[in-house]
Design a protein around this ligand. Structure first.
Ligand SMILES: [Zn+2]
Length: 330
């Protein structure tokens, strides 16, 4: 994932940034800063800029970090001593209460620089309930000279008491034109991008960097192999469980929607590869319905400490079972 503090803010964040610059200039930046907005709009980049501006020793009039002072160089090299990060131990998992306690202890240490400490929590919606409660105390009585940035795709999934103690920074999605200009500046061809991709340019960029297309192809092959009894479900699930949870869920959602569309005889712009298309023709929409609910449940379980391999295994087995249930037709 690209997390480049020196990266230029995209045009659709300019207005929001001017509000932040105004706040920092007047010393009105709250201790708790909640950066929210839909996935893929560039929240991390915006939060990176906020953090760099808070720590910089020679901030510009526009509230931007200078990029050259000692603090800025340490931020860029990820060696700044006054930054504490709180992230899940494994991607997709919950942030535990013990982690919050250790994080809070670090925030109380005397900062190296007089600009104070910055805490970074991402993704904030993955704080377990007890972790959120523990953090709440710190947000109510923050250590002096300290800012805590919370980054979330799902602000409604946070405890209302956490939300109410933070200043909200809502990063908007771009207009289609702004997104096209942004992609073109990076020499990305925008011809094949649908409206959804244009609203989530950073998600598109992230998927490219992490070879989402290659992973999708390997998951498609594994799925058809399982359905055709050419590969064992638990070994396929074991392999999938080791791969990025967010990308796997994205792939699962897309495949589920496409399988349903084909099962309902809608093959317009289907994205299914040929082998899965043949399988989709054998699916009964009524039998597929409970499976779609299971896909949503799998996404929910990804954020808990459930056995992820078992979750994947049951998703695969139940899809297989819904194939068999197809009633005999003439
Ligand atoms: Zn600087």
């Amino acid at each position: 994932m690209s997390s480049d503090a020196s990266g230029i803010l995209p045009a659709w964040q300019a207005e929001l940034w001017s509000h932040f610059a105004h706040a920092i200039e007047r010393d009105r930046v709250a201790h708790g800063l909640l950066v929210c907005g839909p996935p893929g709009v560039g929240k991390r980049l915006f939060a990176d800029h906020m953090m760099a501006a808070l720590l910089c020793r020679e901030r510009s009039d526009a509230g931007e970090a200078c990029g050259v002072c000692a603090a800025c160089r340490q931020v860029a090299a990820a060696t700044h001593p006054d930054i504490s990060r709180l992230v899940p131990e494994e991607p997709g998992r919950q942030i535990k209460v013990e982690q919050v306690r250790a994080f809070t202890r670090r925030l109380y240490l005397t900062p190296q620089y007089d600009s104070g400490r910055v805490g970074w929590i991402e993704p904030a919606e993955q704080l377990s309930p007890s972790a959120a409660n523990s953090l709440l105390k710190t947000l109510e009585e923050p250590p002096p000279n300290c800012h805590i940035l919370l980054i979330t795709n799902h602000v409604s999934a946070l405890m209302p008491t956490i939300r109410s103690r933070c200043q909200l920074w809502r990063v908007p999605p771009p207009s289609a034109d702004m997104a096209r200009m942004w992609f073109e500046a990076q020499e990305v061809d925008t011809a094949g991008l649908d409206a959804d991709s244009l609203r989530t340019p950073f998600a598109v960029q992230d998927r490219r960097e992490r070879d989402y297309d290659g992973l999708s192809r390997s998951w498609d092959d594994a799925l058809s192999a399982v359905i055709r009894n050419r590969q064992d479900v638990s070994s396929v699930a074991e392999g999938m469980a080791r791969q990025p949870v967010d990308l796997w869920l994205d792939w699962l959602y897309r495949r589920a929607a496409a399988l349903m569309a084909v099962a309902l005889n809608d093959e317009r712009d289907t994205t299914l590869p040929r082998t899965l298309l043949q399988i989709a023709h054998r699916l009964d929409p009524a039998a597929l319905q409970p499976w779609l609910a299971q896909v949503a449940e799998a996404a929910r379980l990804a954020g808990t400490n459930a056995d992820w391999q078992l979750v994947i295994e049951s998703v695969l087995l139940d899809l297989k079972a819904s194939l068999k249930r197809r009633p005999a037709t003439s």
